[in-house]
Design a protein around this ligand. Structure first.
Ligand code: ADP
Ligand code: ASP
Ligand code: MG
Length: 442
């Protein structure tokens, strides 16, 4: 019997009317003869409300702690129970599971736990009883089962994909509030085009660069375990976007999509000594404090005596990064430390990008024509990212989307491909995916 995991995000579970709609989609698959496992997020806005309560209770920014996790997990528990009641109402047999009842074993920090193992026996027993298993996303337990953990914001996508992998489901359907993956955020560019099929690499890059429609760890897990995904809307019949190992398009475009992220902040260290080892000291101190750095640019004064290093960190790490850098000021002296959290990163993504000349120049020209200053540039084989002032977000996204003709099914070429589009230099996922499931129940 075919097995499917269906995940519903917060906006798809905003109220009971939405839940009833979601329950109908579950019923549809069930009546088609599938074994169905449902994964739910908290109802829309609930996690934010719970976080605000935690901050109020602790009179500080909500600490990432066991108690905050215990509180946040109630959001998903609430929607799992309500969804199960909605399924009962339409005559389906179903039961809910919390993260610790499945159980989903995690390790790592509270608020950012990593899934280690998922025991499948309990959920499988429910499926064998011809019932639907409704599982909470976003949560698990510590390895000794003593404490509740959460996976980080947007983590229900990851729960769903990993459950699909552990249960060897045929596919994982991600239901959300848009009809699939678009060439860019359809809320910013109304002409954004829905992408029918996309491969794991591009999806992962889009997610990592800010396309919220799928969480980055979920995209990475789907690629690693080769879980076919279908991203679609809870509120329409549209077929959605299929994410799999092979994009059906024969010839890759230079640019497939455009993503943006407002989660970064910029730090500039001005007037460092231009001597060997300075950059190493700066970034070692950040690493010591568990702060990841993304884009980096270094320059020197005309006489080459002083160096400037500008880089980005997550906005949530900005304060800690500044404190950490002040701590090494005597060892790695600098004249000034400048911070800016009103920046956004805009990225062009395309697996075929490295076969075409002129993508970067066209991007930079478009921004220049709009008077937008580029602060940092970063590139990889399949993306070009620029950091710009946050005020220009919409102008930049709309202009670039139009210039690269992403609204069209096929774009006019920049110049001829430099090499065969079929000889992609990107590495393929492993031929046999690793195993995650543990078949013993606890
Ligand atoms: P959910 O509550 O279902 O998890 P999210 O809010 O996390 O939904 O993700 C869906 C949102 O992602 C959409 O409403 C859309 O604004 C945003 N988004 C950003 N980039 C894209 C993109 N390229 N394609 C589709 N949606 C996108
Ligand atoms: N409820 C959690 C959040 O809002 C997890 C999720 O929705 O995926 O981040
Ligand atoms: Mg989401």
């Amino acid at each position: 019997m075919s097995r499917v995991v269906q995940k519903f995000g917060g906006s798809s579970l905003a109220d009971l009317a939405c839940m009833r709609r979601a329950a109908q989609l579950v019923a549809q698959r069930w009546h088609e003869g599938w074994q169905v496992v449902v994964v739910v997020s908290a109802m829309g806005g609930r996690t934010d409300d719970l976080l605000a309560l935690a901050s109020e209770a602790s009179k500080a920014h909500a600490p990432a702690s066991a108690e905050t996790d215990a509180l946040l997990a109630t959001g998903e528990q609430e929607s799992a129970a309500l969804m199960t009641l909605c399924l009962h109402h339409i005559g389906l047999k179903a039961r809910s599971y919390t993260g610790w009842q499945i159980p989903v074993e995690t390790c790592g920090a509270h608020g950012n736990a990593r899934v280690q193992q998922i025991a499948t026996a309990n959920v499988l027993a429910t499926l064998q009883e011809k019932a639907i298993a409704v599982c909470t996303g976003f949560q698990g337990t510590t390895s000794n089962g003593e404490r509740i953990t959460t996976l980080g914001r947007g983590g229900s996508d990851t729960s769903a994909v990993l459950l699909a992998a552990a249960l060897e489901a045929e596919r994982c359907e991600i239901f959300t509030d848009v009809e699939g993956v678009y060439t860019t955020d359809p809320r910013i560019v109304t002409t954004a085009r829905k992408i029918a099929t996309i491969d794991y690499e591009e999806m992962l890059e889009m997610a990592a660069l800010g396309a919220r429609v799928l969480e980055t760890r979920a995209a990475s897990a789907a690629m690693r375990f080769r879980v076919p995904l279908l991203i679609r809307s809870t509120f329409s019949e549209s077929p959605g976007t299929s994410v799999s190992a092979t994009d059906k398009t024969m010839e890759q475009r230079s640019v497939t999509a455009l993503a943006y992220s407002d989660k970064d902040a910029k730090i500039a260290l001005v007037g460092l000594d231009n001597t060997p080892g300075i950059a190493a000291k700066v970034f070692a101190q950040l690493a010591l404090n568990n702060i990841s750095v993304d884009m980096i640019v270094q320059g020197t004064t005309q006489d080459e005596k002083k160096a400037h290093i500008t880089f980005t960190v997550a906005k949530t790490d900005l304060e800690n990064a500044c404190v950490a850098l002040e701590e090494i000021r005597t060892d790695a002296p600098f004249q000034e430390l400048r911070c800016d959290d009103k920046v956004i990163k805009i990225s062009l993504i395309g697996a075929g990008m490295n076969s075409y000349a002129g993508v970067a120049s066209r991007m930079f020209r478009t921004l220049a024509d709009k008077g937008i200053n580029i602060q940092i540039i970063a590139t990889s084989e399949i993306k070009i990212s620029v950091l710009i002032a946050a005020d220009y977000l919409e102008l930049a996204v709309r202009s670039l989307h139009a210039v690269f003709e992403l609204q069209k099914e096929t774009s006019s070429p920049l110049s001829s491909p430099l090499s065969s589009p079929l000889s992609s230099p990107l590495s393929s996922p492993p031929s046999s995916p690793p195993s995650l499931s543990k078949s013993t129940a606890r």
